[in-house]
Each structure stands twice: as structure tokens, then as C-alpha cells.
Design a binder for this molecule. Structure first.
Ligand SMILES: Cc1cc2nc3c(=O)[nH]c(=O)nc-3n(C[C@H](O)[C@H](O)[C@H](O)COP(=O)(O)O)c2cc1C
Length: 408
């Protein structure tokens, strides 16, 4: 890379892995698995586009490790106890490693908890939330869940994946345990020490099962959400935002071997606008940058922080922002400045990666005129909520047609 390269083009290390640029692909659940919970033609096409699109770091979408409690009917499943499922994953990773060995690829693990859809699965909870409920789980359930995560991580290591992203955000189980609202008196609730135990045990046990530090452990973490008693709030019923506890837990994860963090905000079980800023809530983009900077300043310099919620910035135009010069308010502008000024080390592309998986390559080749910019219409999220295959309804005719049919 020449000395003239922009911050976004500069390589960096996540733990012991070299990443060729500062573009990260966010985990984006696209609900297009087959009956075994594995890869369809559509899933493979999506990942091929992402691999060819040039991002140095790809976080595979939220993968469930059990079928019983899930939010999506055709979510990707990694079932370590099912030989056919394992074989599909192995084939996928062989393909990835053969054709795209230089792309650092990790998989996000998730359990939906109280966000599991009762129409086809079992909703479980650590403390029933009004309007959600679910079957109360005990310590044994959590131990089994940790065991599944650890065995799945070891399996992924054996088949060539570069790491795991543990999901502690957006109101799913990892977030439900951490939030102050979980003041139930049990091993995984009440004090901060107890609420952080699930996260810490996961991190420690994955590292113990896979001591090779080239296998990355990271976390996507809601620094705060928008629910009284939620992550980053001052107490079990408190509406007051206080990110200190979130930052403390992230430091605790870092001490236990996490080498990357994906900053995020919000709980999509209650609202979408904080997690996914839209034109009517564009100021949330700045909240994401602020949260990422807090994380950046709290963690060791070598730990990598990835910013989220930036797709709305687009090319600076038609994004709803007022009082700013569009040429100084685009995704790439803030990507470069944000890295230089220490807000984050990489930019995470979420909805923008559905609109145009080739943005990193087009940026490197100076073809910005060819980029399909995300409109943040959230029709992709609409497809997800309707249990359909997810993709960009604006730029991709395949998903446009699905949306046309289901929205009739
Ligand atoms: C359709 C859709 C699916 C998503 N799936 C996931 C997921 O699997 N895991 C996750 O952590 N976040 C998920 N998110 C959140 C995104 O990764 C990202 O944090 C959010 O879209 C904000 O970034 P953006 O402005 O670049 O879109 C999803 C968002 C959408 C719209």
C-alpha cells in the first residue's frame, strides 16, 4: 500500500490476524437457510459477493446454535451434534479458505432468548419483560448454552474460520443477561459481577477450548439501548443512560481475550431507530460515533473497535441531515476522519453491504460513481420481520420481487 493511501485503505491487525483494509462487513441476518439450517444458493451468492467485494473483515450473520428458540424461521444454524449440518459448514469453509484465504472471516453466535418467535419456537427469558414474557431459564440452561457456544467455536476453528463474534446486543439473550433489568437473584443476575458472568465465561471457555490466539474472539456490544433498565442504563428500572457499566464489561472481555468489538446501540425488540438510524433519526449516527469513541478510548490501543450505524451517511446526499456540508458528512468522509481522530479503527457496513457489497472494491478503484448507496428505507428489515429472505429491495431485483409479493 502506498504512503498516499487513505486511512480506510490501511491494513491493521486484529489480534494476530492481518486485515488488508478498514472495511468490516457487519453481521446481517438474511434468513435464507435451507431445512438443515445451512446454505442455499441465495446464501452462497450473498457471501460470494461479500468475499469479492473487497472488505478485509467479514462477520457472518447471527447464527443460532440450537433450533428450539429462534427469532427467524430460516436462520442459519450451526448444530455441532448433526453430522449433515457439520458437513455443510465444512464445505462452506473449504470454499471460503480455498478462494478467499486473505479475507478474515468470523461468525456471530446468538441465542434469541425472549425475542424468539412463539409462532414456531420457544421463547425463553432470564426475567420476564412486559409484553415479551417466556419460560424462565435456570443455571443449567445457561451452562448448556455456554457448552454449545464453546463446542461450536472449536468446530469452526477446526474447519478454518478465523474467529467468533459473541453477540451482546440488540436485546437478544446476551443482552438480556447483561442488562440491569436482570436483577433476579441467581448466578447470572443481580450484581454486575453476576450479570457479566455469562459473557466472561463464554470468552474464557472459548479461549480455553481454542488456545490458538490466531482464532479471534470479539463481541458486538450495545453500549446503551433505549429501554429503561436496558444495557447502559443506571439501574434495573432506570431511564437514565450511563454507559460506564458497558465500558467496564468490555474491558473485562478484553482482559479475557477479546480482540475486537463492534460498537452498537439499541434493542431491536423494542425500537429500530437507534440500532439502524433512518432519515427521521439521523442524529443517531452521531450517537453511534460517540459510543464508538467512548469504547475506543476505554480499550487498549491494539484492540480493534468497529463503528456501526453509519450507512445513512451515504455519499453525503439525501440522508436527512441538516446544517452540514454534504461533502463533509458522507460515509467515506467520516470513515477516514473517524479512523484518524480515534473514533473507531474500522467502519462496519450493515445495510450498505446489502445495497452494494462491492463498496470497498469500488472505493479502492476510485469508482465511487458506480456505488449503489443505501437509502436506509429499512425494507430489508421489513423482509426480516415478515420471515422472508433478506436483501436490498431498492437495488436488487430478486428482493424487490419478494417484497412486492409479500407486501400486497
Ligand atoms: C436486515 C438486518 C439484519 C441484521 N442482522 C444482524 C445480525 O445478524 N447481527 C447483528 O449483530 N446485527 C444485525 N443487524 C444490525 C446491523 O448489523 C447493523 O448494526 C445496523 O444495521 C446498523 O448499521 P448500518 O447503519 O450500517 O446498517 C441487522 C440489521 C438489519 C437491517
Amino acid at each position: 500500500m502506498s504512503s498516499m493511501s487513505t486511512p480506510l485503505e490501511r491494513e491493521l491487525y486484529i489480534g494476530k490476524r492481518k486485515v488488508r483494509n478498514r472495511f468490516a462487513i457487519q453481521p446481517m441476518e438474511c434468513n435464507d437457510a435451507n431445512l438443515r439450517g445451512t446454505f442455499t444458493v441465495q446464501t452462497l451468492k450473498r457471501y460470494k459477493n461479500l468475499f469479492e467485494g473487497g472488505a478485509g473483515f467479514i462477520v457472518m450473520e447471527s447464527v443460532t446454535l440450537q433450533r428450539e428458540s429462534t427469532a427467524r424461521k430460516t436462520q442459519l444454524l450451526l448444530d455441532v451434534d448433526d453430522p449433515a449440518n457439520r458437513a455443510d459448514w465444512q464445505k462452506f469453509m473449504e470454499y471460503k479458505c480455498r478462494h478467499y484465504p486473505d479475507t478474515v472471516f468470523v461468525v456471530q453466535f446468538n441465542h434469541s432468548g425472549e425475542l424468539s418467535d412463539e409462532n414456531f419456537s420457544k421463547r425463553i427469558t432470564v426475567k420476564p419483560l412486559p409484553g415479551f414474557g417466556g419460560e424462565l431459564v435456570d443455571e443449567e440452561y445457561i451452562h448448556k448454552t455456554i457448552d454449545l457456544y464453546v463446542r461450536a467455536a472449536k468446530f469452526l476453528y477446526d474447519i478454518g474460520a478465523d474467529g467468533v463474534d459473541l453477540k451482546f446486543c440488540h436485546g437478544y439473550l446476551g443482552s438480556q443477561i447483561l442488562r440491569p433489568y436482570n436483577d433476579r437473584n441467581w448466578r447470572y443476575g443481580g450484581s454486575l459481577e453476576n450479570r457479566a458472568r455469562f459473557a466472561y465465561e463464554l470468552c474464557e471457555k472459548v479461549r480455553r477450548a481454542v488456545p490458538d490466539e490466531k482464532f479471534l474472539i470479539g463481541a458486538k456490544f450495545s453500549i446503551w439501548d433505549e429501554m429503561a433498565g436496558g444495557q447502559g442504563h443506571a439501574g434495573p428500572d432506570s431511564p437514565i443512560i450511563d454507559p460506564e457499566e458497558s465500558l467496564t464489561i468490555c474491558r473485562g472481555l478484553e482482559e479475557r481475550g477479546a480482540s475486537f468489538f463492534i460498537e452498537t446501540l439499541g434493542n431491536c425488540g423494542v425500537y429500530w431507530d437507534l440500532m439502524c438510524p433512518g432519515k427521521n433519526s439521523c442524529e443517531n449516527v452521531y450517537r453511534h460515533m460517540t459510543a464508538a469513541k467512548m469504547l475506543r478510548e476505554t480499550l487498549k490501543p491494539e484492540t480493534v473497535v468497529i463503528g456501526s450505524g453509519l450507512s445513512l451517511l451515504r455519499d453525503g446526499r439525501d440522508n436527512g441531515f441538516k446544517g452540514v456540508d454534504p461533502s463533509r458528512n458522507s460515509l467515506l468522509y467520516w470513515g477516514n476522519i473517524g479512523i484518524e481522530q480515534g473514533y473507531f479503527d474500522m467502519i462496519g457496513l450493515g445495510r450498505q453491504s446489502l445495497a452494494d457489497p462491492y463498496l470497498p472494491q469500488k472505493y479502492a478503484e476510485g469508482r465511487l460513481g458506480d456505488v449503489d448507496w443505501c437509502h436506509c428505507c429499512n425494507l430489508c428489515a421489513g423482509l426480516e420481520n415478515l420471515q422472508q429472505c433478506v436483501g436490498c429491495v431498492i437495488h436488487n431485483p430478486y428482493y424487490k420481487e419478494i417484497y412486492r409479493k409479500v407486501s400486497k
